[in-house]
Design a protein around this ligand. Structure first.
Ligand SMILES: [Zn+2]
Length: 213
């Protein structure tokens, strides 16, 4: 209790810092912590199942692509506003690390203004359970836990959806019909970090970079 009084938070204090940066590449290179600060590029979701319209989600969207954007990051996330029903994730899979799925109302500013019916399955086979999401909700998917499908069945008000995975790059493990498993990684529809002329093929080279250097 005594500790509460050690800082006088009623007084506004400007940071007493000489160096101030606006996010340019030069400023990031000149600063010590600049690599930890990242401005979202505008992205358009390129993953739409065949024949489905792309207008279920507001364009553009923001995605944090993990270590390719902030070196050393162990986190990636989507930030999408869904405005129409859409069967988003149709194939069951697992991730090597935890994933969190976050559903909030996007009739800003009140994130509790929510009117949608979303169904999500956790587990596989006999232990599988489907959950109805009809209010602001967060779901933890523990590492190596089977999950999906994820179906936005009714979207009467915009829904903000974030799929946040505790990995440096988005990736999952899929069971193939022939009994084998396949690991798939995806780093967005972005150019290679090292070669602007080439699309990122999730080779993983950028995951080895450190933010300090
Ligand atoms: Zn997943």
């Amino acid at each position: 209790m005594e500790n509460e009084k050690k800082f006088d938070l009623t007084k506004v204090q400007e940071a007493d810092v000489e160096k101030k940066y606006i996010l340019t590449e030069e400023a990031k290179a000149a600063s010590k912590f600049g690599k930890l600060v990242f401005a979202f590029p505008q992205e358009d979701n390129e993953i739409v199942a065949e024949g489905d319209p792309a207008d279920y989600v507001v364009h553009p969207q923001a995605y944090f692509r993990g270590a390719r954007q902030i070196p050393g990051s162990e986190f990636n996330s989507s930030f999408q506003i869904f405005v129409k029903p859409f069967f988003l994730d149709r194939v069951q899979h697992r991730h090597p690390k935890d994933e969190y799925l976050i559903f909030l109302g996007a009739s800003f500013p009140n994130v509790f203004d929510f009117d949608a019916h979303i169904e999500f399955t956790l587990g596989k086979g006999e232990e599988a359970e489907t959950f109805v999401i009809d209010k602001p909700t967060i779901i933890r998917v523990p590492a190596m836990t089977y999950h999906c499908p994820l179906n936005f069945k009714e979207v009467n008000k915009p829904v903000m959806f974030m799929a946040a995975c505790m990995m440096p790059m988005f990736g999952g493990i899929y069971d193939l019909p022939n009994g084998e498993t396949m690991e798939m990684y995806y780093n967005g529809p972005l150019p290679c970090k090292y070669n602007e002329n080439k699309k990122c093929d999730s080779c993983g080279k950028c995951l080895t970079e450190k933010w300090e250097k």
